[in-house]
Design a protein around this ligand. Structure first.
Ligand SMILES: CC(=O)SCCNC(=O)CCNC(=O)[C@H](O)C(C)(C)COP(=O)(O)OP(=O)(O)OC[C@H]1O[C@@H](n2cnc3c(N)ncnc32)[C@H](O)[C@@H]1OP(=O)(O)O
Ligand SMILES: N[C@@H](CCO)C(=O)O
Length: 401
């Protein structure tokens, strides 16, 4: 397929992005892209100019993706997997060149697993606005400099438009299923509304039909944490020396996000009041184990994610409202004809269960009836990434429908 480029032929712009990402104040880390590195198993499709909901056009859009399994001659066995806010196309497989982390859904996707790559052709794009190969703030604008904060505002619908063009390039007119969690599930809902003929089944995991005021608020303080870092420089930091990028603000945003993604019960039972370094908590020095955990996740995150992308994607989540311009949420959901799985997590304090209750009540072809599947878990929002057996069982039921 001649529209694909592979690790053997790395487009110049990708090398530039690799440079941008490593220049963004990241400590060199295993798996981080560097100039000259191969791009691993990642593939790329250029979909060209993309008209946006704002009326602007984003030129020369490229989508990075990975694939597993074999597309049938009739192209009727494809499953589209859409990642969450900080995920990427690397759904399964080890970390390595081009892959900052190991795959995020082991146990769910693979040979013999619920999304069975012996049977299905599984394809996973990196989201538009992301920082793992698809066009985003670290990509070059037509003037030859990185877009940075100049990247036009992107909505969830814009991301889905890009995915539709991407699917067309792959020659896939209809997916057997479109599956995603959190931000990925926002896109799943839009797929089912914007392109009903292109979607056989949908799995909506842990996402609302519209971002609520509470969710926007939680997201907004994270955006502000990034922007208020002096090293953010209004989003223009790609040429600063290594180590001087906006890592402090980005790490703080990740720490805050982790508190949305996990639960009080988990943190309390896992860390208790344990204190690291052996010092007395009242004596100064050292830190609580839970602080160390948040520091670890904040710091690790800055080695694999671009601050501008974090802002762009978080704003896209805030834009999410399936009812916008469609007469409201219920009429919009009522347009969905695909067989559906709606799954919520009882301990999710970010995208709480009532959001999935609202969706499941309207969808007509839900495999579990008018109620969402409720995953009982202590892990909160992140349970859709951790509870592989329960999530897999629900997906099997959907795919068998
Ligand atoms: C699997 C991936 O990392 S995928 C990477 C791409 N990321 C995504 O796609 C986003 C989705 N993934 C995520 O959000 C997360 O990675 C999750 C939800 C999958 C992780 O969930 P969990 O498996 O429960 O990991 P958890 O939150 O317990 O973190 C484990 C890490 O914290 C570290 N840790 C635990 N306690 C502490 C502590 N007190 N102090 C410092 N570090 C600590 C562990 O050593 C471990 O480190 P490692 O990641 O190097 O192995
Ligand atoms: N842990 C997930 C949660 C967002 O849904 C992520 O970082 O992408």
């Amino acid at each position: 397929m001649d529209w694909q480029t592979t690790a053997d032929a790395v487009p110049a712009r990708i090398v530039s992005e690799a440079r941008a990402l490593t220049m963004a104040g990241r400590a060199p880390a295993t798996g981080a892209w560097r100039e000259g590195d191969p791009v691993g198993g990642r593939r790329f499709v250029t979909i060209g100019d993309l008209p946006l909901e704002s009326g602007e056009t984003l030129p020369g859009v490229r989508i990075a993706y990975e694939q597993w399994g074999t597309l049938s001659p009739a192209a009727d066995n494809a499953i589209l997997v859409l990642h969450a806010l900080t995920g990427d196309s690397h759904v399964i497989g080890p970390a390595g060149p081009g892959h900052p982390s190991a795959g995020w859904w082991p146990g769910v996707v693979g040979p013999g697993l619920p999304i069975d790559t012996d049977r299905y052709f599984v394809v996973a794009p990196n989201v538009l606005g992301g920082c793992q190969g698809s066009t985003g703030p670290a990509s070059l604008a037509p003037d030859g400099a990185e877009w940075g904060a100049r990247l036009p505002f992107l909505t969830i619908r814009d991301q889905v438009r890009a995915q539709l063009a991407f699917a067309e390039q792959l020659g896939i007119r209809r997916f057997a299923a479109v599956v995603g969690g959190s931000m990925g599930a926002m896109q799943v809902l839009e797929w089912a509304i914007m392109a009903p003929d292109a979607v056989g089944r949908i799995a909506v995991l842990a996402a609302p039909a519209a971002a609520t005021a509470d969710q926007v608020a939680l997201n907004s303080v994270q955006i502000e944490a990034v922007r208020s870092d002096p090293a953010f420089r209004g989003g223009d930091y790609y040429d600063v020396p290594d180590g001087e990028g906006p890592t402090r603000g980005l790490a703080l945003a990740r720490r805050m996000a982790m508190l949305n993604y996990r639960t009080a019960a988990e943190l309390n039972s896992r860390f208790e009041r344990s204190w690291q370094s052996g010092l007395d908590p009242l004596g100064g020095g050292g830190r609580f184990a839970v602080e160390s955990y948040l520091d670890f996740h904040g710091n690790k995150f800055t080695r694999r994610f671009d601050a501008n992308s974090y802002v762009v994607l978080t704003q896209a989540m805030n834009s999410h409202d399936v009812g916008r311009g469609r007469g409201g949420v219920a009429p919009a959901l009522d347009r969905i004809t695909a067989a559906s799985l709606v799954l919520g997590i009882d301990s999710d304090r970010y995208f709480s269960l009532d959001g999935q209750v609202e969706i499941a009540a309207v969808l007509r072809r839900s495999v579990h009836g008018p109620e969402p599947v409720v995953l009982h878990s202590e892990y909160g929002h992140d349970a859709f990434l951790i509870e592989h057996a329960a999530v897999g069982e629900a997906l099997r039921a959907l795919l068998a429908s």
